[in-house]
Ligand binder design. Structure first.
Ligand SMILES: O=C(O)CCC(=O)C(=O)O
Length: 315
């Protein structure tokens, strides 16, 4: 019988032959941490997309292009995360018995609930690191994290956990979320480890990131839509920059949709069972699915450090 822990990695497929060539992203353009405790949010120039559609991710080069913002969205190999339809069903059924926690900084039109612990929603880093996750959630999420880890390793990346330098504690990695955003609403945002971390009064930069340029990506798996159209994901060809901060809304994470008025976007409609990856260094939004949908995803962030060929997993 399949158990969550029986979800073992398979061998990874080889590089695809795309005609994509690497775009140059200037390292000098990044302004990184001047101090360890108050690191600066990296400023990254936005590269133009090489292609405006999703691409299967089959090589380290595909992933590099995705993570550095040259591609809007990547599709992960079939079967990488889900061994079978039955497995998916069992995951969704077990979540029914477990209480999800609502994100604090959302309003009535933006339902975001989670099983697991996102750093962004914690009042302090210590509170985040010390909160323990229900072991049943861990048992569902960990095998997915392991699969991503092994797949990235197979592509040739070093993959590590993110470690807090003060306590030596490991950041949590892997989360399940139920998201439903009404058509008239938006959740336009970026996810950047330093930007989110700096909101915590006790934030300190992990050793491995000191003086390093990095990008951030999000691996996702659509586990359920309840038989109705799940909210699509909009990926924008526009990285975060410091001057955007003055537009940030009162909740501290959301930006007005108008900020993306001139930006190219790619609209991705996730399919149940499909796993995808996109840059969270770039703005992205989720809204406009059926109000009847039951959109449940599993996800984990990867911080990509090009100079170390490194991916750090956390949430
Ligand atoms: O659920 C999704 O498709 C994307 C979720 C998201 O905004 C993220 O991972 O940063």
């Amino acid at each position: 019988m399949e158990t969550f822990a029986s979800l073992k990695p398979t061998t990874t497929s080889n590089a695809i032959s795309t005609s994509l060539t690497a775009g140059a992203v200037s390292d000098q353009a990044h302004a990184m941490d001047k101090t360890a405790d108050r690191p600066e949010i990296p400023q990254r120039p936005t590269p133009a997309w090489m292609i405006k559609r999703s691409l299967p991710m089959r090589s380290r080069e595909d992933m590099r292009l995705l993570a550095t913002g040259h591609l809007p969205l990547g599709i992960l190999p079939d079967g990488l995360l889900l061994p079978s339809f039955r497995y998916r069903r069992r995951v969704v059924d077990s979540l029914r018995d477990m209480q999800a926690a609502r994100y604090d900084n959302t309003d009535a039109g933006q339902r975001v609930e989670s099983w697991g612990k996102p750093l962004v929603d914690a009042p302090s880093l210590d509170a985040h690191l010390r909160l323990s996750v229900d072991e049943r959630i861990q048992a569902i999420s960990d095998p997915f994290v392991d699969r991503i880890r092994e797949w990235l390793t197979g592509l040739g990346y070093r993959v590590e956990d993110l470690i807090d330098p003060l306590t030596g504690m490991k950041y949590h990695a892997g989360i399940l979320r139920q998201i439903s955003v009404s058509k008239s609403n938006s959740v336009l945002h970026v996810d950047d480890f330093v930007r989110d971390g700096r909101m915590k009064p006790d934030f300190r930069l992990p050793e491995v990131l000191r003086g390093q340029h990095y990008y951030q990506i999000s691996f996702n798996l659509l586990l359920e839509d309840g038989g109705h159209q799940a909210d699509p994901l909009y990926c924008y060809n526009r990285f975060y920059r410091d001057e955007d901060e003055s537009y940030c809304l009162a909740n501290g994470w959301q930006f007005p949709a108008e900020l993306m008025e001139d930006a190219k976007y790619y609209r991705y409609q996730p399919k149940v069972g499909e796993a995808y990856v996109f840059s969270t260094t770039a703005y992205h939004d989720i809204f406009g699915g059926s109000p009847l949908s039951n959109r449940i995803t599993w996800s984990v962030f990867g911080i990509y450090v090009p100079s170390k060929n490194l991916m750090l997993l956390y949430n």
